[in-house]
Design a protein around this ligand. Structure first.
Ligand code: NAD
Length: 344
């Protein structure tokens, strides 16, 4: 039986992976702690480790896993910016779940947006207190507004289709435009200048790191609502706070935050938050933060458990490299994967 150490395992992970474990003949060992040099020993005797978005797999950690005999890191997420791919190349194979439910993420982005614009989070608290005043709850119609979508892949396109239903003008910016995107592609500068709402759906890369910084935030339309369900470090959070304080950015919806890794997915109620930037953001009436929950639907969790298990069995029992990431290896010019179905 294949043994897999699952790190950062929450109750919903245990539930969804336990449902498929028997079918794939995998023994999952669940650990609530994140994978780090302090916890890596828990993977001893396992065939693979299964990690999530905030388990940082840097070079020392990859070397430690390799020394334990681990040859597979199965990411139970789509993004892989938390893994040092250079360090992994030639040593440990990395597989992921490229699409588990793009609907879950796109719909959460819309949920955040509607909540923010129509002040539902404020109204909910007021009416529970029998406060039926409408003062300060004025929103705006989506119909006729311009939404700018950065990254028009699986999630960005679904988000665009929903916005189309609202009757919005849709602008898109992507390095690789998609033929079936329902909006108009423009340069980033034009998107920033014209959009009433901006939603981020591109991956975090060296190129997109702090795509929203002091300068680019100034290029956005005054009063813009920014939604980020992609990766926290797309936005320089300190610059965002400044822009909110200057009353330039009108509202922000964040499901991700650049320093989330030590906070999100854990309960710190009753503690004093050490992160002043996040505390400031949360304190603002026009900021909504959810803790990386856009993926959290029954459908997505079932797909994650199923695809991850199939990736693991494929690699360990069948020599198949299902959903392996691209390591951007030195042999890029003659892609080994295309030729032999594997990277190394
Ligand atoms: P995808 O690969 O289908 O689409 C990403 C798009 O971004 C592609 O069209 C790509 O061309 C574009 N892109 C790449 N570099 C770009 C750049 N420099 N500028 C503009 N566009 C660029 O990915 P997806 O499935 O739509 O997921 C998008 C992101 O959503 C993921 O990278 C991940 O970070 C995030 N995500 C978040 C959650 C969550 O729970 N909050 C869950 C899943 C995914």
């Amino acid at each position: 039986m294949i043994k897999v150490a699952v790190f950062s395992a929450k109750s919903y992970d245990v539930e969804s992976f336990s449902k498929v474990a028997e079918k794939y003949d995998i023994e999952y060992k669940y650990y609530d702690v994140s994978l780090s040099l302090d916890t890596v020993a828990l993977a001893k005797g396992c065939d693979a480790v299964c990690v999530f978005v905030n388990d940082k797999c840097d070079k020392p950690l990859i070397d430690a896993l390799y020394d334990l005999g681990i040859r597979l890191i199965a990411l139970r997420c789509a993004g892989y910016n938390n893994v040092d791919l250079n360090a992994a190349y030639g040593k440990i194979h990395i597989v992921r779940v490229p699409a588990y439910s793009p609907y879950a993420v796109a719909e959460h982005a819309i949920a955040l947006l509607l909540t923010s614009v129509r002040r539902i989070h404020k109204a909910y608290i007021r009416t529970r207190d029998y406060n039926f005043s409408l003062k300060g709850l004025t929103g705006f119609d989506f119909h006729g507004k311009t939404v700018g979508i950065i990254g028009t892949g699986k999630i960005g396109k679904i988000f665009a289709n929903i916005c189309q239903g609202f009757g919005m003008e849709i602008l898109g910016y992507d390095k690789f435009p998609a033929p079936d995107f329902p909006g108009k592609y423009v340069e980033l500068k034009e998107l920033l200048a014209k959009s009433d709402i901006i939603s981020l759906h591109c991956p975090l890369t060296d190129e997109t790191y702090h795509m929203f910084n002091k300068e680019t935030l100034k290029e956005t339309k005054k009063g813009v609502t920014i939604v980020n369900t992609s990766r926290g470090a797309l936005i320089d959070a300190e610059a965002l706070v400044e822009s909110l304080k200057e009353r330039h950015v009108g509202a922000v919806c964040l499901d991700v935050y650049e320093e989330e890794s030590n906070l999100f997915f854990n309960d710190y109620s009753g503690h004093i938050l050490n992160d002043d930037v996040l505390a400031r953001l949360i304190s603002m009436p026009n900021v909504i933060v959810t803790s990386h929950q856009a993926f959290l639907t029954n459908e997505a969790l079932a797909n994650i458990a199923d695809t991850t298990s199939s990736n693991i069995v494929g690699f360990i029992k069948e020599g198949k490299y299902l959903n392996e990431v691209c390591y951007q290896c030195p042999k890029k010019s003659e892609c080994m994967k295309k030729r032999e179905g594997k990277c190394f």
